[in-house]
Design a protein. Structure first.
Length: 176
């Protein structure tokens, strides 16, 4: 499995940002593939996740001013010297910085998929990055205690389905 890069996170975040920008005013209250969240709550979750990771990595907390600000903060935190080489605290516990980066890329990308599904847009993430996240998720999920897992059980999906759909199904989304 290849190592994630901060540039990959920047690209995934930018693509998710385009999906967020494409949300029509009347869609903010619509349901998403994450049953407990409507579109607004899902976007708030992504912003909060970026802020949480940024604060954990940098030691500087504070509420971001929207999605773009949260992305700037998390990218700056991951780009700080030595972050990827040390152990950091994230919601899953203490992990290497590269694992935290994998988690953030996967979370932002899958929630981008959620936003696209909820709003009738097309999620366009590079297959290489999606494949990397799928391999990481398949390897990491068995180690996550069920009481700490934020994901629904993996859902069935055809092996020849698009890789982004396979990633979403791996993380509990019903695809189709």
């Amino acid at each position: 499995m290849s190592e994630p890069t901060v540039d990959q996170l920047a690209d995934v975040a930018e693509r998710t940002g385009r999906l967020i920008s494409g949300i029509a005013p009347e869609q903010w209250g619509d349901p998403t593939p994450c049953a407990e969240w409507d579109v607004r709550a899902l976007v708030d979750h992504v912003v909060g996740g970026n802020a949480l990771f940024a604060a954990s990595l940098s030691g500087r907390a504070g509420k971001p001013d929207g999605y773009a600000d949260s992305v700037e903060r998390v990218l700056a935190a991951f780009r700080a010297p030595g972050v990827l080489d040390r152990i950091v605290e994230v919601p899953f516990g203490r992990v290497p910085g590269t694992v935290a980066l994998h988690l953030r890329i996967t979370d932002v990308m899958v929630h981008g998929w959620d936003i696209a599904r909820a709003t009738g847009q097309h999620a366009d993430f590079p297959d290489q990055v999606v494949e990397q996240s799928l391999a990481f998720s398949l390897a990491a999920l068995p180690a996550v205690r069920s009481d700490r897992s934020p994901f629904a059980p993996p859902q069935p999906i055809d092996d020849d389905a698009p890789v982004l759909d396979r990633l979403a199904a791996c993380l509990g989304r019903k695809v189709g």
